[in-house]
Design a binder for this molecule. Sequence first.
Ligand code: CTP
Length: 485
Amino acid sequence: MQIRQADILQILDKKIFNLISESADTLLYETYVIGGFVRDLVLNRPTQDIDIVCVGNGVQLAQEAAKRLGRQARLSVFKNFGTAQVTYHDLKVEFVGARKESYQRHSRKPIVEDGTLEDDLNRRDFTMNAMAICLNKEHFGKWIDPFDGLKDIENCVIKTPRDADITFSDDPLRMLRAIRFASQLGFFIEAQTFEAVERNKNRIEIVSKERIVDELNKIILSPRPSIGFELLDQTGLLEIILPELIALKGIETKEGIGHKDNFSHTLRVLDNLARTSNNLWLRWAALFHDIGKPKSKRFYPKTGWTFHAHEFIGMKMLKSIFRRMKLPLNDNLKYVEKLVSLHMRPIVLSDDEVTDSAVRRLLFEAGNDIDDLMSLCEADITSKNPEKVKRFLFNFKLVRSKLKEIEEKDRIRNFQPPIDGLQIMEMFHLSPGRIVGELKSAIKDAILDGVIPNEYEAAYVYLMQLAEEKGITKPDNEYSKIIQS
Ligand code: CTP
């Protein structure tokens, strides 16, 4: 692969590179644009992140460049790291002096010394990330590629520049980066690099959960996340990071009846969903949708394998997985829990005669996440039997139109019963307790089952009847007036 000099010069023909170049020459620092920016330039992937390395003081170079860029540039100096960042419009430019690093066995924190460009490229993770372009005027645009990164990009290969065991032992996060790049770019991990991941997998324990999740998110958001998860599995990293997914593996057969491999099914669901949605948390929900299956698996001679209530068991497992992985324990968790717990509902609807009442209940429970739930359920159809797939997809169309029709009619999606618990307490002079809850859910159920419309008047009349049946004293006229006003 050849990069045409004219193309490089065209990409570098920007105010930012020209001013960095002038600053570098003023300070007499050898200066390069390096790493991800150079890789993405070859891959034609637009990026706003630019890494600059100089043989000298990176902070000083950043200060000089920021001065030239003027008031629109924002400079931040990270004294402890000897680095600086300049933001300029939508560009983020990191400046650092060339480094030589050595690592200690039990820490990701390197001992850093000043070094040459060669030292700096040597310590990098992959050949495709160890390329640089000179910015000094005399050699402006000169391509530096000591490890044939360009050739590896051409061959779609991920490979470490040095002994892979050293590269990964120095910084075990790189094992995940290798897999993440493979998943994002559809590249292959070269054999020796792959074997080094297998050998060094346990070193992942020293990497913070936040960094691991950062890479997992990128894998999940890649066009075919299954590539990443299959590599995580093959290298042995998945067993360490997310053993719950490993538990999905395998096909057990009894009396000649087998069940599907829930690991490969899950990855297919994730890939299917990746074709229709970029929603990160919906994709996490796809990854975890069957996580409860191993615990719920039973064999009955008459019916074969069942995974009864796996959606609830799975939902219950999520909090501790999220806590362990330092995933956010906020609305994102609630959203994933909701989708996992509801993921069997539309499938059931599509199997049977769809009743209005079942559709209303689903709308009520899914609320605004109903469309995401439907996308997950459609992705969940991975049968090898094309007739079955066709039938399911057709029935889903019916469910979708039924959902639309009922939502338009009854506005259930964000439905709040027209009489709430507080009102019931005031009407009947009740204190909070079981009876209030019962009356409240009776109104909700009556609306969802289509016994009464979703309106105050009807709910009031229904409540009065119910109260009478239960022998609860009717409100005096004063109260009913207040409530109705
Ligand atoms: N790098 C490395 N080891 C790491 C992280 C980064 O050697 N664990 C080097 C690589 O040369 C990389 C550069 O630092 O290209 C910049 O890293 P970063 O910005 O984190 O990643 P990118 O490679 O730019 O890719 P992305 O932005 O997709 O994360």
